[in-house]
Design a protein around this ligand. Structure first.
Ligand SMILES: [Zn+2]
Length: 473
């Protein structure tokens, strides 16, 4: 994610960057077996977001069929979610905010459900044995509303004059579909989105067909790489679309709203240049497609939605480099818990600085020295050094400058300590070994120590876990 805070005193720009519900019935085979089946937890245990995600199952695939009317913001939808039970499961939760659920089935049989806050609690007719694969179908409808955060403002489902788009980091997926809304449960996606004829739909991944019938058009998109729910994206409205290919043959789909037509060339060409360069530095691009979408309304941030970022303002090169760097750092190599958000944002910020270094701009060392050298009268001094910990910034402060800038500075302190050879090897091993996976800061520190043959806990403790300006590294 990037936001548009631009400290004027810095040489760098911050781009922060249907069905019927039966009465619940417990009908396991025998009373003894029934006792074994227990409810899945209402969250995955992330202290920053106790209700996000759910326990007891692992989603493999979301198939989302949505019918959306931009004029009224009315959504009528069916989500078919393929999952595997990870315990003997008597009932389980999905995360869904606000929208009205009209019916739930598990494996084609009506299931009981209740709502409690953002939890949709589903009780299948029979317990689900550990290891069993099942399909839960949720029919729902309503007028989706965005969510709010102190550090971001409005996010989630956002209406535009001719449609809508979604930018869901960190917990906005539940504003438009029922999900296991935590990055630890990545899954593949199919979208089938029906809109009035003349309206277009863009999404993650690759197009899977489109047709028009009876005044309505349906667009199919498929994301075949595992994806965290907050990276699921739709852009509905009118767009000018440009297609192309990167140097390594990855298909590029770039789209801009009609009132942003003058930005198409810059975003399309900038995307190809950024991916070509990033593949050299980070390793092979992790997904089957790329591109970018510039929506027609200006908002304060852009988001690295998987394979195809959403730009909420005219992106400069740094923003494009940042959002596309996230395809490796955050999207392919994903967080296990939100407190480690610097692993996403520190790397994406570092990518901006490194782009400058390798394209005739300031070296990363100059950027580092510039920020490190600011005195305590600099307006961002406390933000950067004193206010919060980079490696544990706080739930409402995930998208503040500490995980971004100090995260990037942490990586440069590491580079100076272990040298360029080990540092750039580390980046490539990190992205390759953890492709499509989930990681923690501890895993990054361990890998850095293994590759550099140095003990680095002192460096990382000073940079990530103190509220002071590190003196040495
Ligand atoms: Zn970012």
């Amino acid at each position: 994610m990037t936001t548009r805070i631009k400290p004027t005193m810095a040489a760098v720009t911050l781009t922060l960057a249907c069905l019927v519900a039966p009465a619940p019935s417990a009908t396991a085979d025998t009373a003894g077996v029934q006792d074994r089946f227990t409810p899945g937890a209402p969250g995955v245990g992330d202290p920053y977001f106790p209700e996000e995600g759910n326990g007891g199952y692992d989603v493999g695939h979301y198939d989302l069929a949505l019918d959306y009317d931009p004029a009224s913001n009315a959504l009528v939808a069916t989500a078919r979610i393929k999952a595997r039970a990870t315990q003997d499961l008597s009932r389980f939760d999905l995360d869904l905010k606000q929208l009205t659920v009209t019916g739930v089935e598990v494996d084609g049989r009506a299931a009981a459900f209740t709502r409690a806050g953002q939890e949709l609690i589903v009780t299948p007719r029979r317990g689900l044995r550990k290891g069993k694969t099942f399909t839960v179908t949720v029919a729902y409808a309503g007028t989706p509303k965005p969510a709010e955060r102190p550090d971001l403002g409005t996010f989630g489902w956002i209406r535009t004059p001719d449609g809508a788009y979604v930018v869901c980091e960190p917990d906005g997926a539940s504003t438009w579909f029922p999900s296991n809304d935590h990055p630890t449960d990545k899954a593949t996606y199919t979208y089938r989105v029906t809109v009035p004829e003349g309206t277009q739909v863009l999404s993650n991944g690759v197009p899977g067909g489109e047709w028009t019938r009876g005044g309505k058009s349906t667009f199919v998109w498929k994301e075949r790489s595992p994806m965290a729910s907050y990276l699921a994206m739709l852009a509905i409205g009118k767009f000018t679309v440009q297609k192309g290919e990167t140097e390594s043959g990855i298909p590029v789909v770039t789209a801009v709203a009609p009132n942003r037509a003058d930005e198409l060339k810059g975003i399309h060409e900038g995307t190809i240049q950024a991916i070509d360069w990033e593949e050299k530095v980070f390793g092979r691009y992790p997904f089957a497609s790329t591109g970018g979408i510039r929506v027609g309304v200006d908002v304060a941030f852009s988001l690295e939605t998987q394979s195809r970022p959403i730009y909420g303002y005219k992106p400069d090169t740094a923003t494009i480099v940042h959002e596309l760097a996230h395809q490796w750092f955050g999207n392919s190599v994903s967080l296990s818990r939100w407190k480690d958000v610097w692993l996403n944002e520190g790397f994406a910020t570092y990518a901006e600085w490194l782009w400058d270094e390798q394209h005739g701009g300031p070296t990363v060392k100059q950027t580092f020295d510039n920020l490190y050298g600011k005195g305590d009268n600099w307006p961002y001094y406390d933000e950067l050094w004193i206010k919060r910990r980079t490696g544990d910034p706080g739930t409402d402060e995930l998208f503040t400058i500490t995980p971004y800038w100090r995260g990037g500075l942490t990586l440069h302190a590491l580079r100076e300590r272990i040298g360029d050879k080990a540092f750039f090897a580390l980046i490539k091993v990190w992205t390759r070994a953890n492709r499509d996976g989930n990681v923690t800061t501890e895993q990054f520190v361990a890998l850095a120590e293994r590759i550099s043959h140095q003990q680095l806990d002192g460096l990382f403790n000073a940079w990530l876990y103190t509220k002071e300006k590190p003196a040495t590294w």
